[in-house]
Design a protein around this ligand. Structure first.
Ligand SMILES: [Zn+2]
Length: 414
């Protein structure tokens, strides 16, 4: 059956323009026509609204952790899995039709459950385990090493061949891509974002093995040296990149390395939550002053920027609020059209999916979101989601039996 969507505006992510007087026809899960005065079976009127490609968040963690206390208390795995499934529904209702999970074993199962139609959620591209060196960002510094090695999803590997094995094990576990840490991080106690992790030889081994097995590599990389090591070794994306300089962005632009700035974390860092330990707050203060400059440097150098929030479920980083990422990019000075592209087409390109989804184009999957108002004039419109369609199926909040509106730290959503 053919459905025609009629909104006031349609965002053309390819050209970076807003179209008016343009209808979108959907049939058998695909966009079959984009143009004026389309007719057909069912017409869905979306007055006052803007139709956009389904949103992407290319850096999430579907963990089921909903509070900082959970991180210490470590609730039962079944509880975490159910909560993570609820987060999938929240993401979908917030307009996110595709997400990339950058580290969570639960996400591998959620991906298959969504694809099989058991639970509602966005299309999930999942890393599974996170590879890091001993004492790296993915290692649990507070545990004895033998216990840290047993933590689900923490792949601690040192040396090129052990790194290759870790890639193979991740692929064996079902990884769609490989996540590694080439610097320390903000939330890991005994390292620093400017520490270089993994030698160039180890990163090259990971990249070679991953690419040989048809997987992309995403590098958690915050300090300049670890970013350059990762980019020169051929990783496909830099996650975070808080401390970029001219040399970093020049290399990234030249090599086509994607930048996922996880920029909204700046707001989380600015909150300076006194409940967090001082070592972490000190690193947050250092990162937050550098983040805006890095974002704008990368944009001006022509680096492909994709929206990834690094949300994992705790307050102020709750799933369903992920449109905060492009909104904060605009507040920092990125042109709205660039933020909308980071949220849609550029994210699809970052995942190698631009031929499938990411734009309102004939032949693409019918992944479509309508928001109240015009997000080019007021980017906060991205939070006012009025209609969601994934692969031709309407997924708007509250429209389906059994789905309850999500609640976030903002109170009632939308
Ligand atoms: Zn992350």
């Amino acid at each position: 059956m053919r459905t025609v969507l009629r909104a006031d505006r349609v965002f053309d992510a390819e050209r970076g323009t807003m179209l008016t007087g343009t209808d979108v026809a959907v049939e058998s899960g695909l966009i079959t026509a984009v143009g004026p005065d389309l007719d057909g079976g069912q017409v869905v009127e979306l007055p006052g609204r803007t139709l956009l490609p389904g949103f992407f968040d290319v850096h999430v963690h579907l963990t089921g952790v909903w509070s900082h206390a959970d991180e210490v208390r470590e609730p039962d795995g079944d509880v975490l899995a159910v909560r993570a499934a609820v987060d999938c529904a929240r993401l979908l209702e917030a307009g996110f039709t595709t997400v990339r999970d950058c580290g969570s074993m639960i996400a591998l199962s959620l991906r298959d459950l969504v694809a099989g139609g058991t639970i509602r959620g966005p299309r999930i591209v999942a890393a599974g385990p996170v590879l890091s060196q001993t004492g790296g960002h993915g290692d649990h510094h507070h545990l004895p090493l033998d216990r840290a090695r047993l933590v689900r999803g923490a792949a601690i590997a040192d040396g090129p061949w052990a790194c290759r094995s870790a890639v193979r094990e991740a692929v064996r576990a079902g990884a769609d891509f490989i996540k590694i840490c080439t610097t320390g991080g903000v939330s890991s106690e005994r390292d620093h974002p400017k520490d270089e992790h993994y030698t160039p030889e180890e990163i090259a081994a990971i990249v070679a093995e991953a690419h040989r097995l048809g997987r992309r590599v995403a590098a958690h990389a915050q300090g300049r040296a670890g970013v350059l090591n990762a980019v020169r070794a051929g990783v496909d994306s830099i996650e975070h990149g808080y401390f970029l300089d001219e040399e970093c962005v020049r290399e990234m632009a030249a090599r086509g390395t994607v930048y996922v700035p996880t920029f909204d974390l700046r707001r989380f860092f600015e909150r300076d939550d006194p409940a967090l330990p001082e070592w972490r707050r000190a690193k947050q203060r250092e990162a937050r002053v550098a983040m805006r400059r890095s974002l704008l440097l990368a944009y001006e150098a022509g680096v492909l920027i994709a929206a990834g929030s690094d949300y994992y479920g705790v307050p102020y980083r709750a799933h369903g609020d992920n449109a905060d990422e492009p909104i904060e990019m605009v507040r920092a000075g990125l042109p709205p059209v660039a933020a909308l592209r980071a949220l849609t087409l550029n994210a699809a390109r970052a995942l190698g999916m631009a031929g499938v989804t990411g734009s309102v184009t004939e032949g693409r999957q019918a992944d479509l979101v309508a928001v109240e108002g015009d997000p080019l004039a007021d980017v906060t419109a991205l939070r006012r989601v009025a209609f969601v369609m994934k692969a031709g199926v309407e997924e708007t909040a509250g429209r389906r039996l059994g789905c309850r509106p999500a609640v976030s730290d903002r109170g009632a959503r939308f």
